[in-house]
Ligand binder design. Sequence first.
Ligand code: G3I
Length: 363
Amino acid sequence: MVAAPLAGKSASSLSLNAIATRKGLRFGSAIASGAPGADRGSVANPAYANLVASQCGLVVAENEMKWQALRPTPTTFAFERFDTILRWAERQHLAVRGHNLLWHQPKWLPAWLNTYDFGTTPHREAERLLTTHINTVLRRYGQRIGSYDVVNEAVRPADGVLYDTSLSRALGGAEPTLDLAFHTARVAAPHAQLVYNDYMSWEPGNAAHRAGVLRLLEGFRRRNVPIDALGIQSHLVTQGPDVAASVTRLQRDWRQFLDAVTQMGYALLITELDVRDNGLPADIAVRDRAVAEYTRGYLDVTLSYPAVRDVLSWGLCDRYSWIEGFEPRKDGARRRPSLYDTQFRPKPMREAVAAAFATATSR
Ligand code: G3I
């Protein structure tokens, strides 16, 4: 595809999705539901919702499609909060991704499922529970959702081994459980892109995680499990002030990983981009520049793979990022993980993402 001239608009006045689209990419973000007027990163907060609608071509619900949100009890579904996001997105003509159909860790399943009594035929009951969940969600949304994280974070980062859950114990192992999720999704939503989503990254300490994900993806191919893409979450972590050196050092292993994944025929998506500003001084200008440079280096390497078509950030502004609550900075300074600051103003990271899209090869 040849990019058309910018038609009088400077790159900075274009939305990120408009810049992405010129290269055959899409840009999106996570968004939440919330009470009208509440100061949250939600569709009911006009300041945030307008920012997302103005910059994005697609969105994903930050929490509202997870079992913990959708399944208050073994027999009920609570769709209202997700439906609010979907209706809002459709009014804005935004595509929607589904996240996720099975977050395969006990910690992120509803409490009732971790202690569930599977009865005298546990295999059959676990199969019924999992397939009912996936079929109900996929049939409800039909063509309105074009891509699903069918399985999320099934690999233990420390050793690359698969997690077990109450479901996998009843079904005779993690592999049959994950396979069943994908097979069920393919039949219920033949139109949809089916994704395995995880946070193996390029930073030190991720080698066992990457190796475990590669083994899982190889196994899926060997067993003919229907999967289209690997979702690379991309919760990045800066490695100190010498960003150029970090990028040079990290890209070798990262390219090896991406080569292996794409050689197996998987498409790639960046699903949850944000940055933990570790090893950087509190000074905001210095930190923002380093975060932007690190993001740019990561995107340049990763977008050099034409198999990447979608880039989503995990929230668009610092004000609502999950990172501040889960992993605050040791020096007490507020985290600056996102493309926009707490006042919805664009940061250098926004320019870095725009520049990475603008210089990416067309796909
Ligand atoms: O909704 C309840 C609210 O009713 C309650 O008062 C409050 C008290 O803690 O908790 C609220 O739920 C929280 C929810 O976020 C909504 O804010 C949960 O405790 C909290 O665990 C949950 O955290 C989310 C986390 O996933 C776990 O689901 C984060 O917002 C969300 O950003 C994070 O997203 C994950 C991706 O799904 C997968 N990849 C990693 C990524 C970051 O951790």
